[in-house]
Design a protein. Structure first.
Length: 173
């Protein structure tokens, strides 16, 4: 009768507190299930909150004296890593430049320039070279400003296998 008396006491307690019980021996796990449901709901809300795309931030530090001349100052390495972010934008960066016959080739490092790495280089068509670049063995570290375009639509043989093209360039020492 010890077991039956215990079950009866639990039933009485349940009636007094109005707590449900499971099978006479243990209290019903309703409170635990409710808290489990709450935890599950919180986890679902957190998972849904994580589905939102991270906010895009602008890496650029802008430089320019007017709205029409507002350049995104970025490192060559960042331009090399994320070229699609700068497609069609006015950029300014430092690079190693080598003057070719009718173009200037830009490289991220002197070693890349010495090795002739075409995949990391940018081409500048025309005569937009720094004046002292022609005087100093046609190789120099320069500041480049212009509109960057990926070289997907290769217009010139020099554009092949290059990172991109700079249009409307200004090359400063």
């Amino acid at each position: 009768m010890g077991g039956a008396a215990k079950v009866e006491r639990l039933r009485l307690r349940r009636r007094e507190r109005k707590l449900p019980y499971f099978n006479g021996r243990t209290l019903y796990r309703g409170a635990m299930m409710k808290s489990g449901g709450l935890v599950l709901a919180v986890l679902v809300l957190l998972a849904l909150a994580g589905c939102e795309a991270p906010p895009r931030f602008d890496i650029c530090k802008y430089r320019g004296n007017s709205n029409s001349e507002n350049f995104c100052v970025v490192s060559y390495v960042y331009l090399l890593a994320h070229p699609e972010q700068f497609e069609g934008r006015d950029v300014e960066f430092r690079a190693w430049a080598r003057a070719a016959s009718d173009a200037t080739l830009l490289f991220p490092t002197k070693e890349a320039m010495d090795d002739g790495e075409s995949v990391s280089s940018v081409v500048v068509h025309g005569e937009a070279m720094a004046p002292d670049l022609l005087q100093r063995a046609r190789v120099a570290r320069v500041l480049v400003r212009g509109r960057f375009y990926l070289s997907e639509g290769k217009v010139h043989p020099l554009d092949a296998e290059r990172l991109g093209v700079i249009q409307n360039p200004v090359i400063l020492p």
